[in-house]
Design a protein around this ligand. Structure first.
Ligand code: FAD
Length: 285
């Protein structure tokens, strides 16, 4: 029964929250109020994304250090090898380590238009980080296959390569096809990946933006999802309720399938993520 299910989940679920560096003062206020609200849920860690241009990169460094210093939360910067030399990456990693940062989300990064340098793959970055210090390292996985991968199998082998290079956590791209995620999780296990395949959960408050993101990332938008957002282009309130309801259904089914860790793409807002966690039994102590 639903009663039993809620009781079973209580205290069993770990959550982490992803933020992006704010671009102006107003966004900075929103970010900090979200961080303070979500902090009460005792996340395992929070992470901050890393952009393709240098201004945003500096902001990632400072937001991460501030979160760590002001809240005591475990704050994990995302880091990419775009436009940086191995020496610069080592310096960044060492600086993080010296500031008490112990977890990093290691990525190749999206290749900017016109970029001609040889890509520094995530597996290369994981090995580089391992050579600097004993970080906890998360890497990205793609249940629906990374758009540039030669095949699903090649992409899976790449994930294994990242683990073999020293990564110990996996976070997925957002998705809506749960059966596909479960098959992907099985395939990861069958190739010897024993890290949890932590689902990345995106509460969809802006369906039009999702359509653009989905096209770029190779993530399928199922028909049921599109139907849910029909006629709501001008209705943010209802879209938010739909977003919470869809994400909740997903985490409920996933948790029944034994998923214990969830990573939320918060888009720097706390309301929906907070409500979803509350219903999952993740609450202030
Ligand atoms: P990789 O694992 O290096 O793989 C990239 C592609 O290259 C894959 O298709 C892979 O199969 C292929 N490949 C890998 N190694 C080789 C090889 N040796 N030879 C040939 N092909 C190879 N982007 C940002 O810019 N900033 C962020 O903060 C950020 N955060 C993210 C967080 C999560 C949880 C996720 C899922 C993605 C994030 N991204 C971010 C996006 C990510 O950078 C892109 O998806 C990027 O295109 C791939 O990064 P990766 O780390 O998965 O790359």
């Amino acid at each position: 029964t639903l009663n039993q299910h809620v009781a079973d989940l209580n205290g069993q679920i770990n959550v982490s929250f992803e933020f992006f560096p704010p671009k102006n003062e107003k966004m900075e206020e929103t970010l900090w109020s979200s961080i303070h609200r979500l902090k009460t849920l005792n996340p395992k860690f929070v992470s901050v994304t890393y952009g393709a241009n240098s201004g945003e990169r500096e902001r990632t460094h400072s937001v991460v250090k501030n979160i760590k210093q002001k809240t005591g939360l475990e704050a994990a910067p995302h880091l990419t090898g775009i436009d940086a030399t191995p020496e610069q990456l080592k310096e960044i990693a060492q600086d993080y380590w010296n500031n008490g940062i112990r977890r990093i989300v290691a990525l190749r990064g999206d290749i900017p238009a016109g970029y001609t340098k040889t890509p520094f793959y995530a597996s290369d970055l994981v090995a580089l980080l391992r050579s600097v210090a004993d970080f906890d390292i998360s890497v990205a996985a793609y249940p629906e296959v990374h758009p540039e991968a030669k095949s699903a199998q090649a992409d899976l082998i790449n994930l294994k390569r990242k683990i073999d290079a020293g990564a110990n956590h996996v976070i997925t791209q957002f998705f809506f096809d749960i059966d596909n995620y479960l098959r992907f999780r099985d395939r990861c296990a069958s190739i010897g990946i024993d890290a949890e395949i932590v689902p990345g959960i995106l509460p969809v408050t802006n369906f039009k933006q999702l359509q653009r993101m989905a096209a770029l990332t190779n993530v399928k938008i199922p028909n049921w999802l599109a139907v849910n957002y029909e006629g709501l282009d001008e209705d943010q309130t209802t879209r938010n309720l739909v977003a919470a309801s869809v994400a909740l259904d997903m985490v409920r089914v996933l948790s029944r399938e034994g998923v214990k860790d969830f990573h939320f793409y918060t888009l720097n807002r706390s309301e929906l993520t907070y409500a979803i966690c509350h219903i999952l039994g993740v609450r202030p102590k």
